[in-house]
Design a protein around this ligand. Sequence first.
Ligand code: HEC
Length: 154
Amino acid sequence: MTRDGTLASLLGALTTAVAVSAILFVVGPASAHKTPVSREQLKSYEDAFMDAVKKGDLLFHGDAATAKTMGVNLSNSGMACAMCHPHAADTHPHTYPKFQAQIGKFSTLRDMVNWCIEKPMQGEQIEADSEAMRDLEAYIYWSNTGSVLTPGKY
Ligand code: HEC
């Protein structure tokens, strides 16, 4: 190897070392994720989840005021989710994603929520990433707490 070649590879190694240090400085070491969560933080995380569950519960039971606040119209048939799915019965969130015969395709839970909004409830489908969808999902999952994941099970 030439003198220049050695210098070049030395410089290369140095550049790599500087780049790695810069990344570690900005992102922090992997252990940063293991910083213990304080009691207050944990409480706020749980509150965020339960807030969504409560709003989802209201939507699921056809609360018009909540739907209006979120700008959604889930039903024009006078039906609410809870009339056919009391306590989120038969919503089976733990089986998604799976092939759903009603839709005729491999589907997510959100696809099926929209199917029920459009078909039995004759409402207007909601955006998959909307607040209303997130809250309905939170309520459905919370109601099915403890169910064993069986993705793909029809
Ligand atoms: C008029 C009755 C009715 C109403 C109201 C209704 N559903 Fe359904 N829902 C059904 C039927 C029927 C199925 C199909 C069951 C099947 O064969 O999977 C279903 C299926 C589902 C599934 C999939 C269940 C599975 O086993 O994969 C979800 C999730 C669901 N509904 C959520 C909702 C939500 C959320 C609402 C309100 C926005 C709602 N449903 C309103 C009747 C209803």
